[in-house]
Design a protein around this ligand. Structure first.
Ligand code: KG4
Ligand code: ZN
Length: 359
């Protein structure tokens, strides 16, 4: 029989991604157009701008992925596309393109849940079996879940307000780190990680969020308030204009990063204990998968390593390029669903996107 080949398409946020994978997870062709630089300049994602850029690039990105793979549309087994959750306007472009594509080429369509795709990506690289614990942390997500099967997830906790990457980006913006000579091309999280290396976190003892709440949910907006108040106070003390603080930027970066790391580590520790008490993880080589843009932070990884080592879990992080949004993870989720014969739709079924879908 012919090998099964899946085209994956991702447009849920600010990356237009496409990739063709075979059944074993070999990436035959890939293309990615990132809008990050545009959004960095405007100080955040403007949905209509993101939509416009997806519309402008999707045709080329998909064509590039197909050409690089040497696979023609007729050879595809199915097309998998993110339909939830994400920015409505962005999701719409990928879905509209895909539905037209599958109708034109008469191919099955596989709607993909963006978070599930993030959680499953690790299985493309490591032979991790279900169930495993997963912590997803990025600019748009923050959640802890048990992956029990390809389309079976138990959500243990999520952010009640903003995601940690969003918090780091906003703090970085408040400090105008983009004007900092060493940070001009970095995302907020990367800039904070870099500056924190030369900072003393003990100078600003920010409170770890939700110390009194006994569950696995996250909150970062309170921390952002604490940090913003501190920055304002320092600016007044030093008599400088907003966003021009120089003296203790490294210390603020270090303290912010430390507090985010502590919060993530404490919640993950709690989730691990909960899983152990309730027999949700296998007794032999229980695993925590860490993914998302924020997962590339070494300080945060270190904090989570301590937690997994003390609780006897194995910590797995997919390589950075698979932690962030791309077409590969969507195609891989498509392969996983195709193997199980789940969620595969005929091309003429009308599919709708769901911006706010949860796990
Ligand atoms: O997964 P991603 O590329 O996009 C989504 O949010 O979906 O993640 C980007 C986020 C940004 O908020 C960025 O500031 C953060 O991940 N980030 C980091 C680091 N690199 C990227 N946060 C902390 N430390 C880093 N090294
Ligand atoms: Zn994502």
């Amino acid at each position: 029989a012919c090998p099964r080949l899946v085209l994956g398409i991702e447009t849920s946020c600010d990356d237009t991604g496409a990739a063709v994978l075979d059944e074993e997870g070999v990436i035959l062709g890939e293309s990615l157009h990132s809008q990050k630089e545009v959004h960095l300049r405007t100080g955040g994602i403007i949905p209509t701008v993101a939509q416009h850029l997806h519309r402008e690039h999707i045709q080329r990105v998909v064509q590039e992925a197909l050409e690089r793979s040497g696979v023609g549309p007729s050879q595809l087994s199915a097309v998998a596309t993110t339909v939830k959750p994400g920015l409505a306007l962005s999701l719409g472009i990928g879905l509209e393109f895909s539905q037209r594509f599958v109708r034109e080429h008469n191919k099955p369509f596989i709607p993909i849940h963006h978070m599930e795709a993030h959680a499953l990506t690790v299985r493309m690289i490591h032979p991790v079996t279900f169930p495993f614990l997963v912590l997803l942390v990025s600019g748009g997500h923050s959640l802890l879940a048990v992956a029990r099967g390809v389309s079976d997830f138990l959500l243990l906790g999520h952010s009640l307000d903003e995601a940690p990457g969003d918090t780091l980006d906003k703090v970085a913006r408040r400090l105008s780190l983009i004007k900092h000579p060493r940070c001009s091309t970095l995302s907020g999280g990367q800039a904070i990680e870099l500056l924190a290396k030369d900072g003393d976190r003990t100078k600003f003892p920010f409170k770890t969020p939700m110390g009194q709440t006994l569950d696995c949910s996250f909150s970062f907006s309170g921390l952002r308030n604490q940090v913003t108040m501190t920055i304002m106070k320092k600016e007044v003390e030093e008599g400088v204009e907003q966003g021009t603080l120089l003296s203790c930027v490294n210390d603020i970066a270090a303290a912010t990063q430390h507090t985010v790391a502590t919060h993530l580590a404490k919640r993950t520790h709690r989730a691990i204990l909960f899983c152990k008490t309730n027999g949700l993880l296998p007794s032999s080589s229980p695993t925590l998968v860490l993914s998302g843009g924020v997962a590339s932070n070494h300080y945060i990884r270190e904090a989570l390593t301590i937690i997994t080592e003390t609780t006897g879990l194995r910590l797995l992080c997919p390589p950075a390029r698979f932690c962030t949004d791309n077409g590969v993870m969507i195609a891989w989720n498509g392969i996983e669903l195709l193997r199980e014969g789940k969620g595969v739709l005929s091309p003429d079924v009308d599919v709708h996107y769901e911006p706010k879908a949860s796990l």
